[in-house]
Design a protein around this ligand. Structure first.
Ligand SMILES: [Zn+2]
Length: 257
């Protein structure tokens, strides 16, 4: 097994969710959840102290190098949204940092699957250029209930119906995560698509990637009211995503939500 980001070896255990998030967890043992999609799918809930969701596919030099730096430089952007709701807006620079961090974290979540969906070259470009794969969408939302502190899952999306060149796998990957008050939804389509979501989500989620041109008013006025509601909300949001090929979008004058 070589490192998914640089090809180096040996690989060590890397946390899917960084250890600095533990400071927001209640003290003592708590339930953590892991889920996996596809062949060999499982969902387990077990007790642990802190977040111990790990994957053994990253080398020490990536782990202690660029990934550690990315955590350090993302913390200031993320923390206010994790611990508070009395914000006015999220500045542009902060939006880009959050989108980058969320993309890296979703990549790690993808690596816990038996067959990760993201192609290896996208992971390499994340390491070399901190590049967010083309087509990636990141939306932000918020939840008034701070607990559970961290929850996330990954969903494989079947893009059948969106016509794609034969060489491309018609799948996508959706990874919603709730960290304290902050809700993040990351979506990777494997093909070029125009995405619209149902109108009812306009007041609940705001897209921060692809890059916006202005600060984002925050938090959004309509929110899932609890951790449990977040899970259902994330599913409903995913189901509402309507995908068009660029040709279909042009033909029908459809613009991305
Ligand atoms: Zn590496």
């Amino acid at each position: 097994m070589s490192c998914v980001f640089c090809g180096g070896s040996p690989v060590t255990k890397e946390h899917v969710f960084p250890q600095w998030l533990n400071q927001y967890l209640p003290p003592g043992r708590q339930q953590t959840e892991q889920a996996r999609y596809g062949a060999g799918a499982y969902e387990v809930t077990r007790e642990s102290v802190g977040l111990d969701f790990t994957v053994k596919k990253v080398c020490a030099s990536c782990n202690n190098g660029w990934m550690s730096k990315l955590e350090t430089s993302s913390k200031d952007a993320l923390e206010p949204l994790i611990v508070r709701q009395d914000l006015d807006f999220v500045p542009l620079r902060q939006q880009r940092q959050i989108a980058l961090w969320a993309t890296k974290t979703a990549m790690m979540a993808d690596q816990t699957q038996q067959k990760p969906i993201l192609p290896p070259h996208q992971l390499r470009r994340m390491r070399t250029h901190r590049a967010i794969p083309g087509g990636t969408r990141v939306w932000l939302g918020s939840c008034p209930e701070r607990n559970p502190t961290v929850t996330s899952h990954t969903v494989r999306i079947d893009l059948t119906g969106v016509s794609a060149p034969d060489t491309l796998q018609p799948v996508g990957f959706f990874c919603p995560m709730k960290i304290g008050h902050l809700c993040i939804y990351v979506y990777f389509p494997a093909v070029d698509v125009v995405i619209q979501h149902a109108r009812e989500f306009h007041l609940s989620v705001a897209r921060i990637w692809p890059r916006r041109s202005s600060d984002l008013p925050f938090p959004p006025p309509v929110q899932p009211q609890s951790g449990e509601a977040f899970e259902a909300f994330a599913d409903a949001f995913r189901e509402s995503l309507y995908l068009y090929t660029p040709a279909q979008a042009t033909e029908h004058g459809i613009k991305e939500s």
